[in-house]
Design a protein around this ligand. Structure first.
Ligand SMILES: O=C(O)C1=C[C@@H](OP(=O)(O)O)[C@@H](O)[C@H](O)C1
Ligand SMILES: C=C(OP(=O)(O)O)C(=O)O
Length: 746
């Protein structure tokens, strides 16, 4: 609801001169929104103090007197005192007076209004500011108490729209964010988020205080006790009223809590440490998420993340030896297969990016106990192929296409229904490519229009093995079908038009599952089991690619990237850069847990334009944004074909890159399946300008690298999603030689 200015109420009456009512009036006064204020409190001192502080202009010991002539009456007394107040003022309010309250329970107040004023009385607007302070009373009144705080109004069918408007404007005038909900919903939500925590805090302190053996306890009551019980110092009268007035909803959440508490008790009694870790890790993840929401950094819809722009000044050479974060594709799969295995899987080098964390959270939501991530370590207590449980809500997969497509295959084999949703970008990406083969296997999959998310996968379908000819080179679709094949009757096989990343096949084998590969055909049979293992995730070659390009284009560069995965299905970027004249050396080649790994040394080189061989396209599919930057710095023309898949990534990567290159003064044009880029070569440089990344992490990082050959500042918009695949990018890149800073925008 938007804020309006030039709002004025001639006369306000405040009943109950405590923190909440006085702060509202004080705020209205300081903004010039009110004429006269009269006040009542059953405490004479409070009235005198309010007058002395200029919060009220007059007061009376007769509550009925203060409301005469008032345009707005604010009732700010404990819930159970509202009814007697209404009875005392009923005869004195004017025919147009609007009334409102600030109580934490709305149903009971609505009932009192009906009883005293008659059902259908339409000038009482039920309200509840979600703000407060440990301090109380007139002297604590704070004119900024409501700035950017939520105020909930709960209009009823019969509420007069003009009265509602007046109360909403009176809140907006003091900079509150007003939201509207039904009375019942309000009372249910508040029972869980406010009333139950207060009840528990009071009850815990009472238990400990009455335990004579523990008398000393308060001497040592720092830390947890202090934090958990702070709210037990609030007003007992107020909270008695709230518990009593909202008892039905409060008892319902208390019962739920009791059940969960008994569950945790049983786990502790039985020394069931896995169950304990399940509760604790789920709770920690939820609490961490909440902390991000509070800081407005959460990657959840409909909450918008604050947008981040990169400012990249012309840079110098890249130097140093360092390791980029873990491989995203392997990280996703480690969570999926670890969850479905029997036993405990230990992962190291896990990518703590938003995409792989979305997969991790999805499996937590399906009942898997997952410890971490902590410095790349994750411990997964596998539940076996049939051990997943129905998630309580839709699985939210953020920006991650890999999560949604691979999970679609797994979900098709479960006994329960699942809905999968994602952010704005993921919601535009094609899911028909996974829905089609899954339907052929007998799954029931529904998408939104044109095969877009959300995706609904029905549980309990009997899947049958199929042979599927992949219509496009996609490891996500291949993996989806293979994972569904774990649950399908008989044999499932796939042929691919060109080799794509084979991490699923390798990792299934690592978990002891038989997968046959002959030429371009992959086959597996259902009926096997996955056995827990340990997984060392190498550094992501897709993240390394930015630095490989950066070091190649920035004269004088010499870097070594450690422990990078060089799976043959992922090394297109190395092959292409070498074909362009790049100086790339693979050192210390070794195999780690079924994946080849090397340290990669890159030194600057004069690149030349090439026609990119089409067989390299699937092997470098995520690296083209970075390769476009390399092509711009090369001598001559670079031509890319056979890469139409780039148009359906987090953004249309052909268009995003061509537009950005043009802005920086590079001649480049898109074609239906690729691009033609005229390199400036030699001593040429990018111009400056403002680039739209379209929220696509790889576009953002690619243009950041361009600054190494920049002649002026490059400003890159909408970069928050870099955290999906490369947390810590700015720090690492700056350490290596980029002149990069971050601008946060509201
Ligand atoms: O299987 C995977 O982990 C991935 C496969 C590729 O997608 P497609 O299968 O759509 O080509 C790639 O672009 C994506 O970043 C990760
Ligand atoms: C395409 C990508 O990822 P996803 O499909 O998982 O969103 C990517 O990381 O470049």
């Amino acid at each position: 609801m938007s804020k309006e200015s030039s709002f004025f109420i001639p006369r306000i009456a405040v009943i109950g001169l405590g923190l909440i009512g006085c702060s509202w009036v004080k705020a209205l006064r300081s903004r010039g929104c009110v004429g006269q204020v009269s006040g009542f409190d059953r405490n004479l001192d409070s009235m005198q103090e309010a007058l002395a502080l200029g919060i009220v202009d007059h007061w009376s010991e007769q509550v009925a007197e203060v409301v005469v002539d008032a345009d707005l009456v604010i009732i700010s007394v404990p819930i159970l005192a509202i009814r007697p107040v209404l009875e005392s003022i009923a005869a004195s309010i004017g025919p147009r007076t609007v009334l409102t309250d600030v109580g934490s329970v709305k149903g009971a107040v609505a009932e009192a209004v009906d009883d005293v004023f008659g059902a259908g009385f339409n000038r009482f607007v039920l309200g509840h500011p979600i703000a407060g302070s440990e301090r109380s009373g007139v002297s604590a009144a704070d004119e900024n108490l409501y700035c950017r705080h939520k105020v909930i109004v709960t209009p009823q069918e019969h509420t007069d729209p003009a009265a509602l408007r007046m109360v909403i404007r009176a809140w907006q005038a003091v900079d509150a964010d007003v939201e509207s909900m039904t009375v019942a919903h309000h009372d249910q939500v508040l029972a869980a988020t406010s009333h139950l925590p207060h009840l528990l805090a009071y009850s815990l302190v009472d238990t400990l205080a009455n335990n004579h053996e523990n008398k000393e306890i308060f001497n040592y009551a720092a830390g947890g006790f202090r934090d958990f019980t702070r709210i037990a110092a609030s007003s007992p009268e107020m909270w008695r009223d709230i518990f009593s007035a909202n008892r039905e909803h409060l008892l319902a959440t208390l019962d739920l809590f009791n059940k969960d508490l008994q569950y945790l008790r049983a786990a502790i009694a039985g020394n069931d440490t896995t169950t304990m870790m399940g509760v604790l890790t789920r709770a920690k993840a939820a609490r961490d998420h909440f902390t991000k929401i509070l800081a407005r950094r959460a990657f959840v819809e409909p909450m918008k993340t604050s947008s981040i722009a990169y400012l990249a000044a012309p840079g110098q050479a890249l130097t140093g030896t360092f390791r980029v974060p873990g491989d995203k594709s392997i990280s996703h799969r480690s969570i999926m297969l670890g969850s479905l295995a029997n036993g405990v899987t230990e992962v190291s080098g896990f990518l703590e990016g938003e995409d792989s964390l979305a997969t991790l959270q999805a499996f937590r939501d399906m009942g898997v106990v997952i410890e971490g991530p902590h410095r790349g370590r994750v411990t997964i207590h596998g539940v076996g192929l049939r051990g997943l449980q129905a998630p309580p809500n839709a699985l939210y997969l953020g920006n991650s296409g890999t999560s949604m497509r691979l999970l679609a295959g797994l979900m098709a084999g479960q006994a329960f229904d699942v809905e999968m949703t994602g952010d704005e970008s993921l919601s535009k990406r094609p899911m028909g490519r996974v829905a089609d083969p899954l339907r052929l296997m007998g799954a029931v999959v529904e998408t939104a229009e044109a095969g877009r998310p959300p995706l609904h996968v029905k549980g309990g379908s009997a899947l049958k093995g199929i042979h599927y000819d992949l219509p496009m080179a996609s490891a996500q679709v291949k993996s989806c079908v293979l994972l569904a094949g774990l649950y399908a009757d008989g044999e499932t096989s796939i042929t691919e038009p060109a080799p794509t990343r084979d991490h699923t096949e390798r990792m299934l084998r690592g978990f002891g599952y038989d997968v046959q590969v002959e030429g371009n055909k992959v086959t597996l049979k259902s009926g096997g089991e996955l056995t827990a293992t340990s997984i060392d995730v190498p550094a992501d070659i897709s993240s390394a690619a930015f630095f490989m390009v950066g070091a190649s284009i920035a004269p004088g560069s010499d870097i070594t990237l450690q422990h990078v995965g060089i799976n043959p299905t992922r090394v297109g970027v190395i092959n292409i850069l070498r074909a362009m004249g790049g100086n790339i050396e693979l050192l210390n080649e070794r195999e780690v847990g079924g994946e080849p790994v090397a340290d990669i040394r890159i030194r600057s080189a004069q690149l030349k334009g090439i026609r990119i061989p089409e067989d390299q396209v699937p092997l470098a599919i995520d690296e083209f944004p970075a390769l476009f930057i390399a092509a711009a710095c090369a001598e001559g023309e670079t031509v890319l074909t056979g890469a139409e898949e780039l148009r359906v990534k987090e953004s249309d990567r052909i268009q995003s890159m061509v537009d950005g290159l043009n802005i920086l003064g590079v001649k480049a044009e898109g074609t239906h399946d690729g691009a033609i880029i005229q390199g400036f070569g030699g001593n040429g440089a990018f111009g400056g300008g403002e680039i739209e990344s379209h929220g696509d992490h790889r576009i953002a990082m690619s243009f950041a690298m361009a600054s190494l050959r920049g002649s002026a500042q490059i400003r890159i918009l909408d970069c928050a999603n870099v955290a999906t695949s490369f947390p810590g990018f700015v720090e690492l890149a700056s350490g290596a030689g980029l002149q990069l800073s971050v601008q946060e925008e509201a």
